[in-house]
Design a protein around this ligand. Structure first.
Ligand SMILES: [Zn+2]
Length: 379
């Protein structure tokens, strides 16, 4: 969860300020030696010149020579390809909007960026992030959360230009809460996107906030500072009575003692500059509840405390499905028992599903998980 340590500044916007419907730049490939782009009626723009290629056309770009440039002052846009049909293919995947080849600051090849309208992007993210057969009010809540997060990232990145080291706003990876390519938009996802067009959550109606979401909180959501480093205004930990019967069941994992010892050791080293020195045999975990945000361990006579999320990242998500877990010290192993799935911050998707089934609107769902945030239409 490195992105959090980049700092979550909150941007202020003037009351009533409206934005044009923005575009978003998503990194879909990095440092590629060769890039193949194809499509119908393509338009290629490079070095300020635009050329139209009627009919089917494919281009293969050799990016290997970029390696000669050790470093560039800023990322450099090399080529931008659009299609009059609105769809461009990169290898075997189709994308809406444009495909852009960019030389990054330390080029080893080309970065490939897909620029598309934020609303189109939200439709495709929704289809990936939530089952499109879920009730429409749950999908609408997710659409607002995803748009708020993406819009926050766009504003943050563009305000920091030209000093930014990247050309794009988001990476197409779990790190930024999105998956897959941008073609698979379902009817319901697109409907939820259209019905909430331009709506984001804001703090005191005037600040943009990064809105996070996860699969299942297991009974109580977490705040960003309980899981990562930064405090974000407007977040509260809320009780969730809705997700219990949906999604992953309560879970239990048995670990060899050495596995937890070395995971705690690595997390302490990375986050606090400390090392364990008791050895596995004397290493003990203090009793605690699943809802505690920290795990406490005895290392010889020292009692050390560490955020559970830190241990989760070094131990691996296979062993800790969420940040809501407790550890029991057995004779020859540790037993980790927990609830929920995912980081637990912000919108609980399975909770939203249940609320929508019971007749709550997306506004009520968002108000439940974000009681201090307001819905605002910005375009
Ligand atoms: Zn929940």
């Amino acid at each position: 969860m490195k992105l959090i340590s980049l700092g979550l500044a909150i941007f202020q916007f003037a009351m009533g300020e409206l934005y044009a419907s923005p575009t978003i730049r998503v990194l879909i490939g990095s440092n590629l030696k060769q890039v193949s782009v194809s499509g119908l009626d393509l338009v290629k723009k490079a070095s300020g010149k635009e050329k139209v290629y009627p009919g089917q056309k494919s281009f293969t770009f050799n990016c290997a020579p970029l390696k000669k440039h050790k470093s560039l002052k800023n990322p450099l846009l090399l080529t931008k390809i659009t299609s009059r049909t609105g769809l461009v293919s990169l290898e075997n995947s189709k994308y809406r909007g444009s495909i852009q080849l960019v030389a990054p600051k330390s080029p080893k090849g080309c970065d490939v960026v897909n620029e598309l309208s934020l609303e189109t992007y939200i439709g495709s993210v929704l289809a990936k992030e939530m089952n499109p057969n879920w009730p429409i009010e749950a999908l609408k809540a997710q659409a607002v959360a995803a748009r708020s997060y993406a819009f926050f990232k766009i504003r943050k990145k563009r305000r920091s230009r030209p000093v930014t080291s990247n050309y794009y706003d988001l990476e197409n990876s779990e790190k930024h809460q999105v998956n897959g390519d941008f073609f698979d938009v379902t009817f319901n996802a697109s409907k939820a996107q259209r019905m909430t067009k331009g709506e984001v959550l804001s703090f005191k109606n005037q600040k943009l906030v990064p809105v996070f979401f996860h699969s299942k909180c297991g009974g109580k959501t977490r705040t960003p500072d309980q899981v990562w480093s930064n405090k974000v205004e407007g977040y509260e930990s809320v009780e969730c009575k809705f997700c219990h019967n949906n999604g992953v069941k309560d879970w239990k994992k048995v670990l060899p003692k050495k596995k937890l010892y070395s995971a705690v050791d690595r997390a302490l080293k990375y986050h606090r500059g400390l090392r364990l020195d008791s050895g596995v045999a004397k290493f003990k975990v203090a009793p605690g509840t699943q809802d505690d945000t920290h795990i406490r361990v005895y290392d010889n006579d020292r009692l050390l405390s560490l955020k559970k999320s830190r241990v989760r990242s070094t131990l691996g998500r296979r062993y800790t499905l969420s940040n809501t877990f407790s550890v029991t010290d057995d004779a020859s192993s540790f037993t980790v028992q927990g609830r929920g799935f995912g980081h637990g911050v912000g919108l609980c998707q399975f909770g939203a599903l249940e609320m929508a089934k019971r007749g709550y609107t997306y506004r009520q769902i968002l108000k439940h998980y974000f009681p201090s945030l307001e819905l605002k239409k910005i375009y």
